[in-house]
Design a protein around this ligand. Structure first.
Ligand SMILES: Cc1ncc(COP(=O)(O)O)c(C=O)c1O
Length: 418
């Protein structure tokens, strides 16, 4: 019986928001007049992923094999009522949690790692390359590559590599090969290390290294966020949530999630954009990386070295080196073009929370739900707590996307004690 319910919840199509945006999405562009950085995408990204990147189709069928792998890694993920948190906050409405930390790798990242690895292996790849911030994406890639009989090489941002040694062990356990970034394995990394041997790294730098490495070694590259195709794969979060709410007879009135490059947030809220106009949508970022309040909206590079094309998005500048906050997955200068557009036109609101408030929110959350959430998700949790405290009588049903679990991030509490 349970199996049937789960099958009913797990969608058989991904949703692509592009044709439902208020204006046409500006295409990626090369820096110079040539189209070299666009053409290089053809060399490093599986053809099927590129097709999905530029499609206007609203829905894309999820291949049977990918659906099967989704089940293996723990989809559908649960929707949980956080009753004790409601009591703690004296909130009169309901707080529901979509818990992506329930997947075997501990976050939403596996939702796109699986299809990207699947298409790479279908197209004959033996190995994939990627970057990782906090390690959640690298963990997902390591497992997705192994599940598709491939190897993986992962450039991990140095500050997280040092802060989270167990993450490296997990990636290696899943079959990944992990390098600290900036590294000595690429020209770009060598150049940065020559200038600053203690560089903490950034996601933008790690992306450049991974792309350079993929180009040099003729390997496929996997990107964990920002791209349209990634947000479409992540729509499985919102599609499942919609179905689960329908089964429970509930309606979402406020949706909250955190934003690094925008994939868990976009995947969570976009499937709700058409269904109801009144749903409040709040994207929570780090005040240490204030892309929506202090970033500029315009074309900027996806990666720090400027190897990949420019995208029209909110950005703090591709050379921005973020402070070493624990939420490694939020340490990115930009945000997905579709999400940036919807923030720009006011459909989606944003909020920024600093690390001390996040740590506190994580503690309250752990003690009222039992869930040790990822620091990145802690930003969404803190924003939800702000909302509940500001509007205690609101009686609105709030759905919070908890993008990952934080069992490998416990050292965040060393900063302040428990
Ligand atoms: C648990 C978790 N949540 C959120 C993010 C932010 O990424 P995105 O905005 O693409 O969902 C990350 C990125 O690594 C993450 O690991």
């Amino acid at each position: 019986m349970l199996r049937i319910d789960q099958d009913e919840i797990l969608p058989d199509k991904w949703y692509n928001v592009i044709s439902d945006l208020p204006e046409p999405l500006s295409p990626p562009i090369s820096d110079s007049n040539d189209s070299s950085s666009i053409e290089l995408l053809n060399r490093i990204i599986p053809a099927e992923i590129l097709k999905q990147e530029f499609t206007f189709n609203r829905y894309e069928k999820i291949p049977d094999r990918v659906r099967e792998l989704y089940r293996i890694v723990g989809r559908p993920t649960p929707l949980i009522r956080a009753g004790k948190l409601e009591e703690e906050l004296r909130y009169k409405g309901k707080i529901l949690l979509k818990y992506e930390g329930g997947t075997v790798t501990g976050s939403h990242k596996i939702n796109t790692a699986i299809p990207q690895a699947y298409y790479a292996s279908l197209e004959g790849s033996r190995s994939v390359v990627t970057e990782t911030g906090a390690g959640q994406w690298g963990t997902a890639v390591a497992l997705a590559a192994s599940l598709n009989h491939m190897k993986s090489r992962i450039f991990m941002v140095k500050v997280s590599y040092d802060q989270k040694p167990l993450r490296k062990t997990v990636m290696e356990l899943y079959g990944g090969n992990v390098v600290s970034s900036p590294s000595q394995e690429t020209e770009f990394g060598l150049g940065l290390l020559a200038k600053d041997p203690k560089s903490p790294g950034s996601l933008g730098i790690a992306i450049s290294e991974a792309v350079e490495y993929a180009l040099k070694n003729d390997l496929k590259y996997m990107l964990g966020s920002v791209m349209n195709s990634v947000l479409a794969h992540q729509s499985i979060i919102g599609l499942e949530t919609r179905k689960q709410l329908e089964i429970e007879g509930e309606e979402a009135e406020v949706l909250i999630g955190c934003v690094g490059g925008g994939s868990n947030f976009g995947g969570f809220v976009f499937p709700f954009l058409k269904s109801s106009k009144d749903i409040e949508m709040i994207a929570s970022t780090a005040s240490e990386i204030p892309k929506f309040s202090k970033g500029e909206y315009g074309y900027d590079f996806l990666d720090s070295a400027g190897i990949l094309p420019k995208l029209k998005m909110y950005s703090l500048g591709a050379g921005f080196i973020p402070p070493g906050i624990y939420s490694g997955g939020l340490r990115y200068h930009g945000a997905a073009p579709s999400l940036s557009m919807l923030i720009r036109n006011g459909r989606i609101q944003s909020d920024e929370v600093g690390e001390p408030e996040v740590i506190n929110a994580l503690k309250v959350f752990a003690r009222t739900t039992g869930i040790i959430a990822a620091p990145e998700s802690g930003h969404a949790i803190a924003t939800a707590m702000r909302y509940a405290r500001k509007n205690p009588a609101a009686k609105k049903t709030m759905v919070l996307n908890v993008s990952g679990q934080g069992n490998f991030d416990l050292s965040i509490f060393n900063k302040v004690g428990l």
